[in-house]
Design a binder for this molecule. Structure first.
Ligand SMILES: O=c1ccn([C@@H]2O[C@H](COP(=O)(O)OP(=O)(O)O[C@H]3O[C@H](CO)[C@@H](O)[C@H](O)[C@H]3O)[C@@H](O)[C@H]2O)c(=O)[nH]1
Ligand SMILES: [Mn+2]
Length: 381
């Protein structure tokens, strides 16, 4: 028996080792992509980018467990990605149906006005502000423009204020709702008095969650009510940033905090989606959210490519989408349908004691299997 086992282990060891003789290293050629898609040609005389559209989906489920600031950073890293602005559409799915997430996304959309052109002007990397401001290396390294230090200082201050605003949202929503609810209660009392009802009878007013414009939030309420509970609310779709024009729009030096006179200040479309939920239906968690996003995006932007991120992911290489296109738009790209990439954790532990970076898996096995042209199955959302 033990001999049989040894033979089997030897055999499987050989199977594991043989591919490693011929690992494949793939490299992207961004210049070739640029020449092919971003240059004027007889069929495209203006030289408008011919790259395909990409719809980027981010899912979030609960603003208590998944801090809105983290989600906002994910969105900012997507909006500032280095890809034709009009070809990117960003969608956030909020399975919590929470006004907090909605307002945090509105804040992110307005901060993007400053952040995205700043990234473009000074070639910032990574484009998630939280990570960018926490890197320890010298920020002025490789920065050519003389106004970089001044701009960075201004943006840093604005980001700090943005954080304060995001963190103050739960409180401001609560205070606002309390005020509106108190007003409703007064109205109700007045109405009852006028209609001659018994003044001693206790009145019951449903405590609603209110938007800043004085209307009821259609999603979940702090005090849950029918039609406004976690698994029971209507669908919400709000375009937070409209689709941009096809041609660049340069900023100017006069108004605004920073001189963006030679920087494209357009922002990609950004949409908030919270799918309808009703009791008695299985909502299928993230997969269900993805279904809703695919349907909403099919109507709004219908990008031929979709990228799906969790709310705690971010794009840490602003050229990543272009690099991806090098694979899918190259010969053989039409054979690629669905790519799932496992999470690779960086910066967890400087000595990486627990191999969280999965070096053997990513830099060894994956390249080796690529060499023998084997993909392998993995779990899906
Ligand atoms: O009802 C839900 C539940 C979850 N999510 C989102 O789904 C993502 C992943 O959920 P999480 O609980 O964070 O799972 P993890 O184990 O951290 O995520 C890994 O494992 C999941 C299950 O395989 C994959 O879906 C994820 O992409 C992968 O990152 C998050 O963005 C959630 O906000 C929803 O949108 N709706
Ligand atoms: Mn997660």
């Amino acid at each position: 028996m033990s001999v049989a086992c040894e033979v089997w282990f030897t055999f499987s060891w050989i199977l594991d080792q043989v591919p490693k003789i011929h690992p494949v290293n793939r490299a992207t050629d961004l210049q070739a992509l640029h020449d092919k898609f971003d240059m004027p040609s007889p069929s495209n005389p203006t030289g408008r980018s011919d790259l395909p559209g990409v719809d980027m989906f981010v899912s979030t489920a609960d603003p208590e467990k998944e801090p809105p600031l983290v989600t906002a950073n994910t969105i900012l890293s997507i909006l500032s990605v280095d890809y034709p602005v009009e070809k990117v559409a960003c969608y956030i799915s909020d399975d919590g149906g929470a006004l907090l997430t909605f307002e945090a996304m509105a804040e992110a959309a307005s901060f993007a006005d400053l952040w995205v052109p700043f990234c473009r002007k000074h070639d910032i990397e990574p484009r998630n502000p939280e990570s960018y401001f926490s890197i320890k290396t010298d920020p002025t390294k490789n920065k050519g423009r003389s106004d970089f230090v001044k701009d960075r200082r201004k943006i840093k201050r604005e980001y700090d204020e943005f954080k304060v605003r995001i963190n103050a949202l739960p409180d401001s929503i609560r205070r606002r709702s309390d005020a509106f609810n108190a007003r409703e209660e007064m109205k109700m009392i007045k109405h009852l008095r006028e209609s001659g009802a018994d003044p001693l009878e206790p009145i019951k007013v449903q405590k609603a969650t209110w938007m800043a414009d004085g209307t009821h939030w259609p999603g979940t309420w702090a005090v849950s009510a029918p039609d406004h509970a976690k698994g029971d609310h209507s669908g919400i779709l709000q375009v937070m940033l409209k689709p941009p024009s096809c041609d660049p729009v340069m900023g100017n030096s006069e108004d605004g905090l920073i001189d963006y006179s030679d920087v494209d200040i357009r922002l990609s479309m950004f949409v908030y989606v919270s799918r309808e939920k009703r009791p008695g239906y299985d909502h299928n968690k993230k997969a269900g959210a993805m279904n809703a996003l695919v349907r909403a995006s099919a109507v709004l932007s219908n990008g031929p490519f979709m990228l799906n991120l969790d709310c705690d992911h971010y794009i840490h290489n602003c050229k990543a989408v272009r690099e991806g296109m090098c694979f899918v738009m190259d010969r053989g790209g039409e054979d690629i349908c669905y790519v799932q990439f496992p999470q690779r954790f960086e910066g967890i532990d400087p000595s990486d004691r627990y191999a969280s970076r999965n070096t053997v898996f990513f830099d060894g096995n994956m390249r080796a299997l690529d060499g023998v042209q084997v993909g392998f199955p993995s779990k899906c959302f």
